[in-house]
Structures are given as structure tokens and as C-alpha cells.
Write a protein of this length. Structure first.
Length: 748
């Protein structure tokens, strides 16, 4: 081959590597954009609605490894944080395996793979970002996403939520049908919708206002940091004609920041407010540490903007005295959650209760005066500790220690983060190394990254949402795309010619970690994804000058084989059974005839033998059929269904209480002693799983009294009245009729 042909061939290989890497990075960014656009809290994650995102992450990792194997030029960036992540996954796997044996298996498996997805995203981002320019593009896209979520939240607060509440009060069934929500009373989808409707805080695409605030807070800090850089160092942003556009750019940047700040204020998330104030103080402290003077004009403008937003919120009625007066009560509630979680940890110190099983296990430890049955302890340290055990907590903390160790290693290597140097990811052994010495700031494909990340993220969220509890509407999709495109256009001069110090994403990650200490949600991918993305970005920028480690062909092939094996394990153990079950459940909701519903629910149960949801829905259909006296044989089918459901979720107290209610109803109607004995047995299970619920003891007391066990009936009635006296919450107190029945039992 001629000398002229070798550079051409090398250039062709370089273009192929760039195309593959840019496409995979755009797909990865699309996942990060899509996750916050669909609910990911608590039961939603445990139900497996986010599994398509995990599948895509596994596919991206496999394609990255396959490309490296084919081109024989794979290089990786690994550190102590990656080792800690690997240990954490092993600990979570052990905890999930234990939960499969003793608790809710499907929730444990779903959450385990969600954690695998979070770890993969953290690792892949550091492998695929190829320049500091691309790192700035990723940060700008996520800031734009925060602005889009804020616009959605403000529209919800001022327009859509008041309209929906008014329509729902007039005709709730019609509103539910139009929104594709099952109108059955007590259905999880309807309860979630009604809880959301009753809230006065904006939630945007989330199920909780705290979750929305958790995403907005760190990216608001990133936006403020970019604004500080823009004001301090205007030269890198200037290009031909930029001087004429600078006033408009600053105005639009200020509007974007005001948009996010306004929505964050309206969430009334005090933990997010404190975390944001902490982050702003860190930004100021970092500037002073580097010997720079504070920009007093910018500081005054910031405080003026904050004062204006608070004033508008007060005038609009969004703020009241309760925001401050209820702060101590909210902290008291969290102290109750933490005390119960510590008691749970003491009983399960090594493996925890299992991923996705916290809420079911929590009722056994819930204090009598506590406010609600929470899905997590509202503290990420306690959540990891309680669900996965002490080794997992140490591994989790090891991730942050690993990040710190890697940063120290980068600093000692003599990096100069201000320089626009490349990240030689995926470089070859020949021309790739030489290319790694050049300034590759322009040798990337930011256009593909921006377009693929934004458009791909919304399309991914829209299509995945079609099989989710809450879908992303076309209106929200188009509006979000418009807002993100505008914000990215405003940030483009910074993407193209600006700087991103490593400290900025790391400070933002610290902000989110501080918020999650009181808000919780470390297992919610739509919230926690921002934490791992920010940590990865910080490591990317801090270690930009560190050479990647080349992998041998054998190591690359082994890594590819392990990743493909992991993908097959995911498909077999989780994705296929869970998604086939979910699709059958969705079809059952739209079926008009009960016979068709039963057939589809049986198909769902066969598709996923570990899921309790098909059996719960079958039990509801059979109980309604039996209660209406249309089909006496439905009672036997109901009995089988509740036992199948209970076997798949053995620590769920509410199911035992409902079964006891049904058996007591059957006894009152048909006077069969066997039904009464079953009612007593199910109520006893409910009491064992939720000992501080007054209603459980009260119902057990009535069933025992009917069975002639007067002594135990009086004990249960006395305990019910004691718990009723202890709880300060009206929704947990005994109804008047039930309280009167307890007093009658004690007086006999």
C-alpha cells in the first residue's frame, strides 16, 4: 500500500470510530433525557416500567465493546469508583437473590437491574465522551431538560391542574376514561392520579414534587455556574457577530434560570431549597478560593431575581406561613421514618430487606404516631443500608471515596483543566495515539449529540410511555422539544468555545446528594440518574489529560462475552416476563367483557410467574362477581387468586387485611364457620405485618368476638383503642362505628 493510501485508510477508520462513538453517546444522552420524562418513583420502578431503558443501556455497552473488538482499538477509563460500583452490584445481587427466596421477587429483580442500569450509565458516559466540548454539550442538554420540566411544571400549576380538578369534580369517570386510567375504585392508577390531582405543588412528569425538585436543584446550580463563567470570562464565548447578540443571550440565559428557579420554589421542597443554597455558597466559596473577586452586580441581580420570584409566588398564593411553620413537622416525620428504618436495619444487617421491598417491610417497624407508609426512608444512606445491607452501604460510600481518590490521582498527574485538550477514548495503537496529542475540540460531532440526545430522548420517552402508567403526551413532547431547543441555542456559544471546570458538576452532584439526605429517591432512576451523570462529568473533565488504558483483544472479547451474557440474563430473568405480563395487563384493562379480562389476566400470570399483579386483579374481578351474587363459584376462584398473590408478595400487610375483610363479609352473608376462621387467620397475618395499625387490631377483635374468643377479642380491642389514641393523624384513626364496636367488646 502506498504512503498516500495509509493516511486515507487511517482517516477512514477514524471517521468510523467517531461515527460509532458519537451515535452511542447520543443514544446514552437520550436515555438520560428520557428517564425524567416518565415517572420513576417507588411502585412505578418496582413494577418494571423503566426496563426498556435498562435494555437500551445494555445494548449501548454491547455495541461499544463490539466496535472495539472489531476495530481492535478499545481503550477504557477505569478507577476506584468503578471497582466500588462493581462491588455494589454484587451486594445488590446477593440481596435481590435473598428477596427472591423470601419476599417480593419481581420487585427485587426489577430494582436490581435498575441499579445495574445506573452503574452502566456512569461507566459508559466516561468512556464515550470524547472531548471537553462534548462534556459541555451534555451539561447544556441536561440544563435545557431542567428548563423544559420547569415549563411543564409551571403550566401544570397555573393552567392544567386547576382545569383538571374542576372537570374531575364534575365527572370523574369521564376524566379517567379520557386519560386512559382504569376507573375502578381502588385501582393503583386511579389512586396515583387522585393523589397527584390533590397536590397543589407542580410535579411535571414526576409522581412527587420532591422528585421534580431533586432534578431541578443540581441543574440550576450548573446553570448558575455557567452564567458565572460567562460573566467572568466573556472572551471564550465571542465569535463573529457575538457582540451584537450578547444582550439577547444574557436575557435568554436569565429567563432560563428564572424558569427553573420559579418552578423549584413552587415545589415547596425545603430540602431542595437548602441544598440549592448550599450549592450557591459552594460556587461563591470556590471563586474566592481561586482568588477571584465576587461579581457584586451578578450577586445583586441574583438576589433581586430571587426576591421577585418569592414576591410573585406570595401574591399568587403559592407561598404561605405553613411553608415555615410546617418545617419542624416535616423534619419530625422524617425522624420517625429514620427510627423505623434503623430498627429494620438492626434486624437485617447483612442483606437488607431486598431492593423494591422496603415499603412492604416498613409496616412491621412503622411507629404508631408515624404519618404514612413510605416507599423509602427519605435518606439515601438509610435506603441503601435498609434495602441491601451493610456491605452494600460500604460499597456505595466507596463510590464517592473512589471518585475522590480518582480526582487526587488526576491532580497529582499534573493536569491543567483550563486547557482544551482531548479525551483520547477509543484511540488506536498507531494513528489514534498521534491523534490524541492534537486538539480534538472540533473533532467531535456535537450536532449529532445535541440532536440525538434531545429528539431521541423525547421520542424514547413517548414510545416507552405508551406502556407506562402515565404516558408523555404529544403536547408535552412538542412543548418540551421547543423549550430545550431554545435553551440549547442560547447555550451554544458556551458549548462551542466555553469552559467547564470539573468542580462545577461535582458541586452540583453534592447538591443532589444533600437533597437526597432528607428527600430520598436514590433508587428512582429519573432522579438519581442526574447524580451519577454529574459525577461522571466531573471525572471526565478532571481526567481529560489522563491517557485511556488500551485493552487487549482477549480482554475485549471477554468483556463483550460477559456483557452479552448479562444481556441474556436480563432478557430471560426480567425483561421478557415483566414486559409480556405488562402488555397483557394493559390489554386486560381495555377488555370490555369479564371473560376476556380473565383470559388476559391468566396470560399475564403465565407470562410472569413471579408477579402478584395479575392475581390481584383476578381476585378483584372474582370478588366483585361473587359480591353481586351473579356467580357463586367465583368465591372459590377468588380464594385461589388471593393465595397466589400472597405467596408472591408475602410481606404486604394491606393484602392480608383485604382478604380478611372479604372472608368476614362472606361469613356475615352465609354464616359459614370456615369463612370466619379464615378471616381471623388473615387478620392475624395483617397484625403481624403491620402491628401499629389500629384498624387491623379492631377488625381482628370483631372477628375473634364473633368466633367466641372473648379474651383475645378484648386484648385486640384494647390495643386498637390504644393505637387510635396514639396516632395524631385523622386518616389513621378508627371510624366512629369501628371505635364503638371496640368499646362494646371491652364492655362485655
Amino acid at each position: 500500500m502506498s504512503r498516500r493510501g495509509k493516511p486515507a485508510e487511517a482517516a477512514t477508520r477514524g471517521e468510523r470510530r467517531l461515527t460509532l462513538r458519537s451515535g452511542l453517546l447520543a443514544a446514552l444522552l437520550a436515555v438520560y433525557v428520557a428517564r425524567p420524562l416518565l415517572p420513576s418513583e417507588g411502585a412505578v420502578t418496582a413494577d418494571g416500567e423503566g426496563l426498556p431503558f435498562v435494555l437500551l443501556l445494555l445494548a449501548i455497552a454491547s455495541l461499544w465493546l463490539l466496535g472495539g473488538a472489531l476495530q481492535k482499538n478499545l481503550s477504557v477509563r477505569v478507577g476506584w469508583a468503578d471497582a466500588a460500583w462493581l462491588v455494589l452490584i454484587v451486594c445488590l445481587g446477593a440481596s435481590a437473590f435473598n428477596a427472591v427466596e423470601h419476599r417480593a421477587a419481581r420487585a427485587a429483580i426489577n430494582l436490581f437491574w435498575e441499579w445495574v442500569g445506573l452503574g452502566l450509565g456512569f461507566f459508559l458516559l466516561r468512556q464515550l465522551v470524547g472531548s471537553r466540548r462534548e462534556a459541555r454539550a451534555v451539561a447544556a442538554v441536561m440544563v435545557a431538560l431542567a428548563a423544559a420540566l420547569s415549563a411543564y411544571g409551571l403550566h401544570e400549576y397555573f393552567v392544567s391542574a386547576p382545569q383538571t380538578r374542576a372537570l374531575y369534580e364534575k365527572n370523574p369517570e369521564q376524566v379517567l376514561r379520557e386519560m386512559g386510567i382504569p376507573p375502578d375504585r381502588g385501582s393503583p392508577e386511579r389512586l396515583r392520579f387522585e393523589n397527584r390531582l390533590q397536590s397543589t405543588e407542580p410535579m411535571a412528569t414526576f409522581g412527587l414534587a420532591n422528585s421534580l425538585a431533586g432534578v431541578l436543584a443540581p441543574w440550576l446550580i450548573v446553570a448558575l455556574g455557567i452564567c458565572r463563567l460567562w460573566l467572568r470570562e466573556p472572551t471564550p464565548f465571542r465569535g463573529e457577530g457575538d457582540d451584537r447578540r450578547r444582550p439577547l443571550q444574557f436575557l435568554l440565559l436569565g429567563l432560563a434560570i428564572a424558569l427553573v428557579a420559579a418552578c423549584l420554589l413552587l415545589t415547596k421542597s425545603r430540602s431542595a431549597w437548602i441544598a440549592t443554597a448550599f450549592g450557591a455558597a459552594c460556587l461563591g466559596g470556590e471563586a474566592l478560593r481561586r482568588g477571584r473577586r465576587l461579581n457584586w452586580r451578578a450577586l445583586a441581580a441574583g438576589f433581586g431575581l430571587l426576591a421577585a420570584l418569592v414576591s410573585v409566588a406570595i401574591v399568587a398564593g403559592a407561598f404561605d406561613r405553613e411553608i415555615l411553620t410546617e418545617a419542624s413537622k416535616s423534619l419530625g416525620y422524617r425522624w420517625q421514618y429514620w427510627r423505623s428504618s434503623l430498627a429494620m436495619i438492626a434486624d437485617h444487617p447483612w442483606l437488607g430487606c431486598g431492593p423494591g421491598n422496603f415499603q412492604d417491610e416498613y409496616t412491621r417497624y412503622k411507629l404508631a404516631e408515624a404519618s404514612e407508609v413510605v416507599a423509602d426512608p427519605h435518606n439515601w444512606l438509610l435506603e441503601v443500608w435498609a434495602t441491601a445491607g451493610s456491605p452494600a452501604l460500604l460499597a456505595f460510600l466507596g463510590i464517592f471515596a473512589g471518585v475522590a481518590c480518582d480526582l487526587v490521582r488526576f491532580r497529582r498527574s499534573g493536569n491543567k483543566p483550563a486547557a482544551a485538550l482531548p479525551l483520547p477514548l477509543g484511540e488506536g495503537r498507531g494513528e489514534g495515539r498521534l491523534a490524541g496529542r492534537r486538539d480534538l475540540t472540533k473533532s467531535d460531532d456535537v450536532a449529532t449529540l445535541l440532536a440525538g440526545g434531545i429528539l431521541g430522548g423525547f421520542l424514547l420517552a413517548f414510545f416507552v410511555g405508551l406502556a407506562s402508567t402515565v404516558a408523555l403526551s404529544w403536547e408535552a413532547t412538542l412543548g418540551g422539544l421547543a423549550v430545550m431547543a431554545l435553551v440549547v441555542a442560547v447555550f451554544y456559544p458556551w458549548i462551542d468555545r466555553g469552559t467547564l471546570p470539573a468542580g462545577l458538576p461535582l458541586i452540583a452532584a453534592l447538591v443532589l446528594a444533600v437533597n437526597l439526605l432528607a428527600a430520598g429517591g436514590i433508587a428512582f432512576p429519573g432522579v438519581a440518574g442526574s447524580l451519577w451523570l454529574l459525577l461522571a462529568l466531573g471525572l471526565v473533565v478532571a481526567g481529560a489529560d489522563m491517557p485511556a488504558q488500551p485493552l487487549s483483544a482477549r480482554a475485549t472479547a471477554l468483556s463483550l462475552g460477559l456483557m452479552l451474557a448479562a444481556g441474556c440474563a436480563f432478557l430471560w430473568s426480567d425483561y421478557l416476563p415483566a414486559m409480556n405480563c405488562r402488555l397483557a395487563l394493559l390489554r386486560a384493562q381495555t377488555a370490555e367483557k369479564p371473560a376476556d379480562q380473565r383470559m388476559l389476566l391468566k396470560s399475564a400470570a403465565e407470562a410472569d410467574p413471579l408477579s402478584d399483579e395479575p392475581w390481584n386483579q383476578l381476585a378483584a374481578i372474582d370478588r366483585a362477581s361473587w359480591a353481586s351474587r351473579e356467580n357463586p363459584s367465583a368465591f372459590a376462584r377468588w380464594e385461589r387468586a388471593i393465595r397466589e398473590a400472597a405467596a408472591r408478595r408475602p410481606h404486604w400487610a394491606a393484602a392480608r387485611e383485604q382478604a380478611g375483610d372479604a372472608y368476614k363479609q362472606a361469613f356475615d352473608r352465609d354464616r359459614r364457620r370456615s369463612d370466619l376462621d379464615e378471616a381471623v387467620a388473615w387478620y392475624e397475618q395483617a397484625v403481624g405485618l403491620y402491628p401499629n395499625r389500629a384498624a387491623n387490631h379492631a377488625k381482628l377483635a370483631i372477628a375473634l368476638a364473633a368466633a367466641g374468643d372473648a379474651d383475645r377479642a378484648r386484648q385486640a380491642a384494647a390495643e386498637a383503642l390504644r393505637l387510635d389514641e396514639l396516632t395524631p393523624h385523622a386518616d389513621q384513626k378508627l371510624p366512629a362505628a369501628l371505635r364503638g364496636a371496640q368499646q362494646a367488646i371491652l364492655s362485655e
